[in-house]
Design a binder for this molecule. Structure first.
Ligand SMILES: [Zn+2]
Length: 492
């Protein structure tokens, strides 16, 4: 994405209360992901083509011939390339662009060096991830010096208080920079940063830069220490710093800053995917007391939305439609959307597979949670604590009343046979990976736990099975080898 379009897009998004894109690459990828031709057309994306395939093959013997041909064919080809005869030529060319990078209308972070001969490319092949015949020479991150005007404190979804440096605006790598994250209090101490200090900032691939160091020789006499507020800047609630953590948190469950962040998380693309719900809207909904938790979204009426600023009838009914449609989302999305600490998308999927319903998950004891394959004690503790809080139980109840799907859809008769059966895996399987075995069991309604107990129905034992197998024998639990397991799956 050209820098002018990128900067304009970010300004518009900020004005609409939407999150800024971190860099042009994210903006381009995010644009294509909307799958909406009108949005894509409005974003002014551009393209350079550099490869041609015909029937899955490159119909030329050299990369340079491909580029020349594509240009002759009238396609847009980047003219900034050169055929280099030696590695010294390559180094010269990289250095040339390191100097000239700002003269381009788009952002680059390096130069790609490719082997010209297509035959040689094929001989060299690829690693599991990257071609061996193409490497990126990355330019060093760019740095600049500016002054820290102030240190502000933001409150996140988990109530974490994050200090952010408010910088004297400065141009760096094509964008104006006025903020830098400081992560936490310890980071400020590590840097030895005072408000008013001059600092060296560095910008890698992202728009949000980091502070590399304080330039102490330029410290102004009026520079002052930053003091972490002892009250939440959003709600004046008490703040606390859990033992062993670097982060201060707001303790108020009804903190509006927390509510706003948790609504944005709940409606995000990877959770409930209510895309019409941007920052500006969330801000108004919470400030006017219309929404106090994610479940309140399902109680919103058309007239509530129409009373908000910058909300026309069309976008209001669109938003209501999205909210309504989100009710049928998979269980794992709801679990992820709740924003339980340490529960990411993958863990949410594991929990959904294992417990099959929100009600089962909410009743699980800490010990049961720890038994779930891939769930460790910290995560188990966090989940257990989440569901033991009255406020959170109420949210689940309200979601249920609103008819939000809180169950795993178990489809087909195949699922019946393993339904509710508990498996333990031990030893090395030869015909499938452990993950595949777990998936097979879960897809047919079974569960996999970490250790053998009286509740275990089957132990699937591979090569070199150890103490779990002994324990299973002791308890008289059915033991399956891989063949018996496969027969069981086929029969069910
Ligand atoms: Zn607060």
């Amino acid at each position: 994405m050209p820098l002018t379009s990128f900067n304009k897009l970010n300004e518009e998004r900020e004005a609409n209360g939407e999150a800024r894109f971190a860099n042009p690459r994210n903006a381009a990828a995010g644009t294509l992901r909307t799958l909406d031709p009108q949005v894509v057309a409005s974003r002014k994306l551009d393209i350079f083509v550099y490869q041609l395939f015909a029937d899955g093959r490159i119909p030329f013997s050299k990369q340079s011939e491909v580029l020349a041909y594509l240009g002759r064919a009238g396609l847009k080809v980047n003219r900034n390339w050169r055929h280099c005869a030696s590695i010294l030529d390559v180094i010269d060319y990289c250095k040339h662009w390191e100097q000239k990078r700002d003269s381009l209308s788009y952002e680059i972070d390096g130069v790609v060096v490719k082997v010209d001969s297509i035959d040689l490319q094929q001989d060299m092949g690829t690693t599991s991830k990257f071609p061996r015949w193409s490497v990126a020479y990355k330019f060093p991150a760019r740095q600049a010096t500016t002054q820290v005007r102030n240190i502000l404190v933001q409150v996140g979804r988990t109530g974490a208080l994050t200090p952010v440096a408010d910088l004297e605006p400065i141009r760096l790598a094509g964008t104006t920079i006025s903020r830098a994250t400081l992560h936490n209090e310890d980071e400020i101490q590590r840097l030895g940063l005072k408000i008013g200090d001059y600092v060296l900032i560095e910008k890698g691939g992202d728009v949000i830069p980091k502070i590399v160091k304080v330039i102490e020789s330029r410290r102004p006499p009026q520079a002052r220490d930053f003091v972490m507020p002892n009250r939440c800047p959003a709600c004046s609630g008490e703040v606390y710093r859990p033992a062993g953590e670097a982060v201060w948190r707001c303790s108020n469950v009804a903190c509006p800053a927390k509510i706003k962040e948790s609504l944005l998380h709940f409606s995000s693309r990877r959770a409930m995917k209510i895309e019409g719900l941007g920052e500006a809207l969330v801000e108004q909904l919470v400030d006017r007391g219309l929404v106090k938790d994610p479940a309140d979204l399902y109680r919103l009426k058309l007239e509530d939305l129409l009373s908000l600023e910058r909300m026309g009838p069309k976008s209001a009914s669109n938003l209501l439609k999205q909210i309504e449609e989100s009710k049928t989302n998979e269980l794992s999305r709801v679990i992820f959307g709740l924003g339980i600490r340490h529960v990411g998308e993958r863990t949410a999927q594991i929990l959904a597979q294992h417990y099959k319903s929100m009600a089962n998950l909410a009743q699980a004891s800490k010990e049961e949670l720890e038994e779930v394959f891939e769930i460790g004690p910290v995560v188990a503790e966090s989940i257990y604590r989440f569901f033991s809080q009255k406020e959170n139980r109420l949210v689940i109840e309200k979601l249920d009343q609103a008819k939000v799907n809180l169950e795993m859809k178990v489809g087909g008769r195949k699922s019946a046979r393993l339904h509710g059966k508990q498996f333990v895996l031990t030893g090395k399987l030869s015909g499938m990976t452990r993950e595949e075995a777990i998936q097979l069991i879960e897809s047919q309604g079974g569960r996999v736990t970490a250790s053998v107990s009286k509740k275990t129905d089957f132990v699937l034992a591979g090569e070199e099975a150890g103490s779990k197998l002994d324990r299973a024998r002791e308890l008289g639990i059915s033991i399956l080898d891989e063949n018996a397991f496969r027969e069981m799956l086929d029969a069910s």
